[in-house]
Design a protein around this ligand. Structure first.
Ligand SMILES: NC(=O)c1ccc[n+]([C@@H]2O[C@H](COP(=O)([O-])OP(=O)(O)OC[C@H]3O[C@@H](n4cnc5c(N)ncnc54)[C@H](OP(=O)(O)O)[C@@H]3O)[C@@H](O)[C@H]2O)c1
Length: 333
């Protein structure tokens, strides 16, 4: 009987996760039954939600996460061997998926369409969940208009780098915020952001007042905390804020304190809306139908930070949380 490798949690995370919080384990792969497929992971995705969604964590449980995998054996209609699928089966290299009984919204494998020569790993990035997040979070919630000023935090990451470029394609003036000079240079020089700032070295309030003296119309918030308070304090009347995530606090065990924003929200009549990308789960294809051609036309650029080897998945995850990634962080199994 062949084996599957998986990472299980040995200790619940306290602060930043550690390599020693995980253990590489294995299990037997059962003989395939009717309605099942056997998948071999090609790329594992490491994402911030894997730190934030602590309800999915447990000692002895397989670490949560999604992957793009090849179907190597199939006894399920519509899922032929050789096709690639995206599934949320956690950090494991081989998985038997009961397609017939899979939960429709979560565990059901999504067949990867023909990517027209683009890399398979993009189905975990710009042509996957992060791309859909950037697209719907920006366009559906903020409805940016040409000429408006859009600020994106986490600007050099998987979601932020795409959200900022979509805003630019829509004719907005885009300001990015990221955590290193290399990232700032990348989003300005390669991705075409109009301005970008390193939040670790720049006073954001001051910087925004200089580059956007009339205020910010749209804020796509990936990080929360003090950075977001600074942006919100610089919004224009009737500005829109899409709250995508708050990675600045995911490793915190105590509630973080940031400057109060309510006075700005009230006096400038701001609209602030949180979202989860699953809201548009039936419509992700709409996003990919626009994002794909933009990539091929060279209007939308992507970058991946690829860690080699399944055994290095914990390091890739920790590195992503530390900000070591440019663009989407993935593990090549
Ligand atoms: N709502 C949804 O449905 C949805 C879906 C996907 C993702 N998200 C959220 O979107 C955000 C970005 O996700 P992603 O997948 O694109 O990850 P990512 O930006 O590719 O990677 C995480 C980045 O977070 C930044 N970071 C780490 N600690 C930080 C801190 N203390 N303050 C500010 N930034 C920090 C790092 O960049 P720096 O070097 O710039 O610090 C790091 O590279 C996350 O908050 C995530 O939870 C939400």
């Amino acid at each position: 009987m062949s084996k599957a490798r998986k990472f299980v949690i040995t200790r619940l995370f306290k602060g930043e996760p550690k390599v020693s919080d995980f253990k590489l384990d294995s299990e037997d792969i059962p003989v395939l039954q009717d309605g099942q497929i056997l998948c071999e992971a090609e790329f594992i995705s490491v994402d911030p939600y894997q730190r934030a969604y602590t309800e999915g964590h447990g000692v002895g449980r397989t670490m949560i996460g999604s992957q793009v995998a090849r179907i190597v054996e199939s006894r399920a209609d519509g899922y032929p061997a050789g096709r690639y699928v995206v599934g949320a089966w956690g950090w494991r290299d081989r998985t038997v998926v009961d397609v017939a009984n899979a939960d429709k919204d979560f565990l059901l494998p999504i067949l990867v369409p023909d990517l027209g020569g683009l890399p398979l790993s993009l189905s975990l990035g710009v042509l996957g969940m992060p791309g859909a997040t950037a697209y719907f979070g920006l366009l559906d919630i903020c409805d940016p208009k040409p000429g408006e000023v859009v600020v994106v935090s986490g600007a050099a990451g998987a979601v932020g780098s795409i959200a900022g470029q979509i805003a630019r394609i829509k004719g907005c003036r885009v300001i990015g915020i990221a955590g290193s000079d290399v990232k700032v240079k990348w989003v300005k020089e390669d991705l075409g952001f109009d301005q970008a700032f390193n939040y670790k070295t720049v006073n954001l309030d001051k910087a925004l007042k200089e580059v956007a003296p009339d205020g910010v119309d749209v804020y796509f918030d990936n990080v929360g905390g003090e950075q977001s308070s600074a942006v919100i304090a610089n919004m224009r009347h009737r500005g829109r804020i899409a709250v995508c995530g708050c990675i600045s606090v995911y490793n915190e065990s105590q509630v973080a304190v940031a400057p109060v924003i309510q006075m700005h929200v009230v006096s400038r009549e701001l609209r602030m809306e949180g979202f989860v990308v699953a809201r548009w789960s039936g419509r992700w294809d709409e996003a990919f139908r626009e994002l794909g051609p933009w990539i091929r036309e060279g209007r939308l650029k992507y970058r991946e930070t690829v860690t080699d080897g399944f055994v290095n998945t914990p390091q890739a995850f920790i590195g992503m949380l530390r900000g070591e990634n440019l663009g989407k962080a993935v593990v090549k199994v």
